[in-house]
Design a protein around this ligand. Structure first.
Ligand SMILES: NC(=O)c1ccc[n+]([C@@H]2O[C@H](COP(=O)([O-])OP(=O)(O)OC[C@H]3O[C@@H](n4cnc5c(N)ncnc54)[C@H](O)[C@@H]3O)[C@@H](O)[C@H]2O)c1
Length: 443
């Protein structure tokens, strides 16, 4: 089948590449010339495991093409996916200017029937706005009889595992009011669903809301566990035991129950905010989601306080090593990463930071700059002379480091573990002063 994807970021590029990998003819479109030029040379704008090889192969075999021209990209296609950003506005609402801008441009050049598929995360009612934007442009061209459909098809992939999620989706949500379009979408996705049909056809508002509901639910689980972690610290319980105790209940399940320094990334913070805004606009206060957001914000402050409680409020002359900058492992995405607030908080108190991340140094540098921070791709290098180590992202290679080497390099054997990677008892035996989340400090 022939399709185009407008927006070649995380979602657009993964979507386009995975469809091409199944034999479809795909155009990936972006306004960013540098991005498109790079992609034509096999240079990816993002880090996502496995994606580079897949892009290069499908491009070389002619199924995946890149352009900055919407006209060229959508000329012969049946499906146009909109996968552009929907960043939060000041008031938390989703900024729809890119989505509606693309819709208008599509209306200005549409010549044949198309299914316009909204993959960006957008509030209820956006499909209708997209339809109006296209219709408005068609009317200006005296083409009001031109048929097209607008479908909501939110994306649930997670960065770091995006290809696997796209190739083997738990479900494909399709919001449409047209049974014929539902069948076209089912057919398009059937190559990913050979084990069984997991397409969920529903009305458009429900599909739009489902995406927010999914992210809000996962964010809620994280904040819930972080709140319980505080209680554990006060009462002497251990959040890891509690996590296993509740996670083994099939009604609860074990995913997204890890206490830590809170959620970040381009989706959870923005989507929780957007849902709070939508609730407010509809006349009520989203009590649970407000609390989820508040707990998440406080969790970062709480971690900074943990460091200060041990090291004192004035960190001048202190060197803090940091392991992990990205908002989660397997990505270089720094959007809303907890590391930003935590490092800024400690740097403001005079600490010198020596930070390691295997992938995210360049993206981190764009946010945090170089003032008071040295970066390294080598995890041991940043420990030299450090007064403490802060573990902020749970990259795999932090799971079993050489503790003896670490101790010999650090000025003081102190670890603040924001991701509960180590066992407190073992850390004590190894001679570390060890702080984690929701568990007793070991010293
Ligand atoms: N990143 C994720 O993990 C994820 C997961 C699910 C859903 N989403 C949602 O998908 C949407 C896209 O997110 P993303 O992370 O891929 O964003 P992104 O910022 O990585 O990519 C968006 C791309 O759209 C391009 N763009 C903007 N306006 C354009 C236009 N008029 N024409 C062509 N290209 C244009 C930008 O240049 C950019 O490359 C958002 O609504 C997001 O909430 C993201």
């Amino acid at each position: 089948m022939k399709l185009a994807v407008v927006g070649s970021g995380y979602v657009g590029l993964v979507t386009g590449t995975c469809f091409a990998d199944m034999g479809n003819d795909v155009w990936c479109i972006d306004v960013d010339e540098k991005k498109i030029d790079g992609l034509k040379k096999g240079i990816l704008p993002i880090y996502e495991p496995g994606l580079e090889e897949m892009v290069r192969r499908n491009y070389a075999e002619g199924r995946l093409r890149f352009t900055t021209s919407l006209e060229e990209g959508i000329e012969n296609v049946l499906f146009v996916f909109i996968a552009v950003g929907t960043p939060p506005e000041e008031d938390g609402s989703a900024d729809l200017q890119h989505v509606l801008g693309v819709a208008q441009s599509i209306g200005r050049i549409m010549k044949r029937y198309m299914v316009v598929v909204n993959k960006s995360t957008v509030p209820v009612g956006t499909a209708e706005k997209v339809r109006e934007a296209i219709r408005g442009e068609l009317m200006m061209r005296n083409m009001e009889s031109q048929e097209f459909d607008v479908v909501s098809n939110p994306e649930f992939l997670k960065e770091g595992d995006a290809i696997e999620d796209f190739l083997k989706p738990d479900r494909v949500v399709v919001g449409t009011d047209n049974p014929r379009t539902a069948e076209l979408m089912r057919e398009l996705y059937s190559t990913f669903l050979r084990q069984g049909d997991r397409v969920r056809i529903m009305d458009i508002p429900s599909a739009e809301l489902t995406k927010y509901a999914a992210n809000a639910m996962l964010a809620t689980r994280i904040s819930f566990m972080n709140e319980l972690a505080l209680l554990c610290e006060k009462t002497g319980a251990d959040i890891e035991n509690v996590r296993q105790g509740i996670g083994s209940d099939r009604r609860i399940g074990s995913s997204f129950l890890y206490a830590g320094i809170g959620y970040g990334g381009s989706c959870f913070p923005k989507d929780v905010k957007a849902l709070i805004y939508t609730s407010k606009k509809n006349g009520f206060s989203a009590s649970i989601l407000n609390a989820v957001e508040e707990v998440n914000r406080k969790q970062r402050e709480y971690f900074v306080q943990k460091v200060l409680s041990h090291m004192g409020d004035d960190l001048k002359g202190k060197t803090l090593a940091v392991w992990g900058l990205a908002f989660k492992p397997q990505t270089d995405d720094m959007r809303e990463a907890p590391a930003i607030d935590i490092i800024s908080g400690l740097r403001n108190r005079g600490a010198q930071i020596r930070a390691h991340d295997p992938i995210a140094i360049e993206t981190a540098r764009q946010v945090l700059g170089d003032q008071g921070i040295q970066y390294s791709i080598h995890n041991y290098e940043v420990l030299e002379g450090a007064d403490a180590l802060l573990l902020l992202t749970e990259w795999h290679h932090f799971r079993r480091p050489d503790f003896a080497k670490m101790k010999s390099m650090m000025k003081a054997p102190v670890i603040f573990d924001g991701r509960n990677q180590y066992d407190p008892e073992s850390m004590k035996e190894l001679g570390f002063v060890y702080f984690s989340i929701g568990r007793k400090a070991a010293r």
